[in-house]
Structures are given as structure tokens and as C-alpha cells.
Write a protein that binds this ligand. Structure first.
Ligand SMILES: Cc1ncc(COP(=O)(O)O)c(C=O)c1O
Length: 439
């Protein structure tokens, strides 16, 4: 595993994160528990910001909220100079309440509701990234009603086949996202936005997928997007902002070899500089939207090992007190993870096990075939790189409470998401009077 200053094995042989001993964290907060390393989040944000400030100052980095949205995270990323992208009314609400200024928020989504659009326009978000004709009409009606002109980017599909899981590729030709450049629908849509009252076209957006390791897809995206800017310029349409999305890979297991986060940005800027010069395009404002690379490796999840079951000559399961309700990524895309026994982190891994969750689904697996020291019930399992798309994808499946999230830094720990009680779980249930009161 990729250990670092703020994620290491301490003198007691325990895993420590943000200066806090994981055994002590589990004792204090219980398990399952999401733990986020504040310093790591800040370090990654600073790396992006420094690089852009020196190499492409006319730029903005947006934290992609979908990776992990909670009030505290917006305060952290904003204090490091980042804005945010949101994809729902709920994310927008959280971002605003978390202190993210509306003018630094971009609103995405392939099917935003009228209510969500109205909320965004009323709050004066910087831009709405439009992704359907239905949305263009609705947005125009809302902006007219409110007497405003809403800035809009158009999400385009440059048609790039990034090598990542099919469900997190977003610019295959048959993707539900964006308007294709190749078939002319992107151009037609942009002309439509330009001609629609109370909307102002300001730029282009694309996002080619997530957890991408190679540099080529990003270079190709820059090529295709700048070709398209040239084509738009020929139609007298100028592009003030070019938003290239996120997608930079992180380390889940030792097999993953991502670049350092800022290296992806460097590659994009190199290519962009070259293309702008070569194609004689006025440099647009560059927008980037990393999510996973900011919070992914910052997070770990702590579990207590419970039942251990061996199927002779086949498989050994160790079951933990979490599962697909707090991390559905194996069930969704067979995601791989690394883990250690946090209370015995320095011990040698000697047996192959499968880590199962506690949900009533055969597919409720967290890690298939991982080498660990021989685990006992009561051991503490730490799964790495769970900061992105874990808490944000959690549910109450099987009526399991969503685990709390604790933020650690310099040995201090605090809730940033409090624990859910059973009472919380039933708090929004309602029994219609015609059913009578349940006994
Ligand atoms: C539009 C958009 N921007 C940014 C992101 C963030 O991607 P990542 O978390 O891989 O950096 C996503 C994720 O799917 C996205 O859909």
C-alpha cells in the first residue's frame, strides 16, 4: 500500500492516519467508520492550485462534489482556493451551506429537474452545464421568469474510449452524457443556446471518464476540444471557458500505477498550450474538476471482523460489520481494494480471504481474494482509498445505518458526519391513517 506521512504503521504496530491510531479511533467512534485525512486533502488541492497558478493562471479548479459531499469538505477545499461542481439540488444545497460561494459553483447533470434549475438560477451559480434540449428550454423559462441571464456551458462528447470500467466511461459514442461533436449535435445545441433568450453561452465541457491512468485520453480530449473550438470560432462563436472535467486515477491496490495528481494537470496544460498556439485560438479559461484524486486516498474505512467462515478447499470469508450499504463499489463495478488488519498492521499477510459485508446479497463483497494475517473475530480491518464514491454512494440498504465520518489531522479527530441511529432511519417513514396505528 502507498503509505505516507499521514498514513503509516505506528510504534504499536497499529495503522495510524492523520496522527490518530486507528485502534483508538475504533474504540472512540465504533465501526464501521469512515476516516478522512484532512492534511492529505489539503496537500492534493495545493498541488493542483500551485501548478495551475504558475502554468495557466486563467483557470479554476472545481472539486467534484459527487466524490464526497458533506458540509466540512467544502470549507476545506474552498480555503485551498477551489470551487465546486455539483450534480443535484442536494449537492448544491450542501455546497452552499458548507460555505462555497455560488459564483464558484457549476451545476452539472444529464436530467436536472425544473426545481433544481430554479434553485441554481435563484442562487446565482456561476454556470449551468446544459445537457439536453429540454433543459435549454426549461432554463430559459426560469431565467426569463426571474429576470436573469444564466451563463451556460454545453456538455459535449468528444468520443474518447478511455480505458476504465464501462460504467465510469462517459464519452463513448453511446454515452448518455453530452452532445456528440462527430455527428454535429454539439454544434447544433450550442447554436440553440446562443439563440435562446436569457441564456449566455460561455463555453464547453467534457469529462472523459474516471479512474484513468493513461495520459493519451486526456491529450486526445484536448485535441478534439480545441479542434471544436476552432470550428466554433469559424461560426463566430467564442469560447470563454473550457472545462475538461476530472477523471485522474488513484491507487486502490499495488497493481494501480496512476500518475501523481498534478502530473495529469501538467499533461493537459502542455497539450493545451501546444494546441492553442498551433490552432491560433485565444486561450480560454481552463476549468478542471477532480474529485476522486482529491478525497479518494484521503479516506479509509475501519471495520470489525465478525463471522469467519471457511468453505473447505474453496474459500475463506471474513465478514465485517459494513458492506454494500456503505461501499457499493465492488457490487457496482467489481472494484478492487487493499486492506490491512489495523490492530496488527505490521504482521505478515499469510492467508487469502474474501472480505464479505453483512447485507443479504451474495454480491455483497468488499474485497475478493486478499492476503491478510490470519484474522480473528474482533480484529480491526482497515480498507484503503475509500474517501471517494463510498460515503457519497451509501444507502440504508437492509436498514443499516450509514456510518459516521470522522476527520483527522495532527492526532485530532472530529465528526464531520454524525452517526445515524435506528430512530433516524425510521424518522421519515409514515403510516397513512387508513392503515391504522401499528402495534
Ligand atoms: C462531470 C464530471 N466532472 C468531474 C467528475 C469527477 O471525476 P473524478 O472523481 O474521476 O475526478 C465526474 C465524475 O464522474 C463527472 O461526471
Amino acid at each position: 500500500m502507498k503509505y505516507r506521512d499521514t498514513l503509516k504503521i505506528n510504534e504499536q504496530g497499529h495503522l495510524a492516519i492523520g496522527g490518530a491510531d486507528c485502534v483508538a479511533l475504533a474504540e472512540k467512534y465504533g465501526t464501521p467508520l469512515y476516516v478522512m485525512d484532512e492534511e492529505h486533502i489539503r496537500t492534493v488541492c495545493r498541488g493542483y492550485k500551485k501548478l495551475l497558478d504558475t502554468r495557466y493562471a486563467n483557470s479554476r479548479i472545481l472539486y467534484a462534489s459527487k466524490a464526497f459531499a458533506a458540509l466540512a469538505v467544502y470549507g476545506i477545499v474552498h480555503s485551498e482556493g477551489l470551487g465546486a461542481d455539483v450534480v443535484s439540488g442536494g449537492e448544491l444545497y450542501t455546497a452552499l451551506k458548507g460555505g462555497m460561494p455560488a459564483e464558484e459553483i457549476y451545476f452539472h447533470g444529464n436530467n436536472k429537474s425544473r426545481d433544481e434549475l430554479e434553485f441554481a438560477v435563484k442562487e446565482n451559480v456561476h454556470a449551468v452545464v446544459v445537457d439536453s434540449y429540454y433543459e435549454i428550454e426549461t432554463l430559459s423559462e426560469i431565467a426569463s421568469k426571474l429576470g436573469k441571464t444564466q451563463k451556460a456551458l454545453v456538455r459535449v462528447n468528444p468520443g474518447i474510449d478511455a480505458h476504465t470500467h464501462r460504467f465510469i466511461q462517459t464519452t463513448r459514442t453511446d454515452s448518455k452524457f453530452g452532445f456528440s461533436i462527430a455527428d454535429g449535435s454539439a454544434l447544433a445545441t450550442i447554436k440553440k443556446v446562443c439563440a435562446t433568450k436569457n441564456l449566455r453561452f460561455i463555453g464547453l465541457h467534457c469529462h472523459i471518464g474516471s479512474q484513468i491512468f493513461e495520459q493519451k485520453p486526456f491529450e486526445l480530449a484536448v485535441e478534439k476540444m480545441t479542434d471544436f473550438i476552432s470550428a466554433l470560432n469559424k461560426e463566430n462563436i467564442s469560447v470563454e471557458e473550457l472545462d475538461l472535467g476530472g477523471g485522474y486515477g488513484v491507487t486502490y491496490t499495488d497493481d494501480d500505477k496512476p500518475l501523481e495528481p498534478h502530473q495529469y494537470v501538467s499533461i493537459i496544460i502542455d497539450k493545451l498550450d501546444e494546441c492553442l498556439k498551433h490552432k491560433k485560438i485565444a486561450p480560454p479559461k481552463l476549468i478542471l474538476e477532480p474529485g476522486r484524486s482529491i478525497v479518494g486516498e484521503a479516506g479509509i474505512t475501519l471495520y470489525t471482523v465478525g463471522a469467519i467462515k471457511e468453505i473447505k478447499d474453496m474459500k475463506k470469508y471474513i465478514a465485517v460489520d459494513g458492506g454494500m450499504f456503505e461501499n457499493p463499489r465492488f457490487a457496482l463495478y467489481q472494484s478492487k481494494y487493499a486492506a490491512v488488519l489495523a490492530n496488527r498492521a505490521a504482521e505478515k499477510a499469510t492467508e487469502k480471504v474474501t472480505v464479505a459485508g453483512k447485507c443479504c446479497e451474495s454480491g455483497d463483497i468488499l474485497i475478493e481474494d486478499i492476503m491478510l494475517p490470519k484474522a480473528k473475530s474482533g480484529d480491526l480491518l482497515a480498507v484503503f482509498t475509500t474517501g471517494a464514491y463510498n460515503y457519497s454512494m451509501a444507502s440504508n440498504y437492509n436498514r443499516n445505518p450509514v456510518p459516521p465520518v470522522v476527520l483527522v489531522n495532527n492526532g485530532e479527530s472530529d465528526y464531520i458526519v454524525k452517526p445515524q441511529s435506528y430512530e433516524d432511519i425510521i424518522s421519515r417513514d409514515a403510516i397513512p391513517p387508513r392503515l391504522g396505528a401499528n402495534k
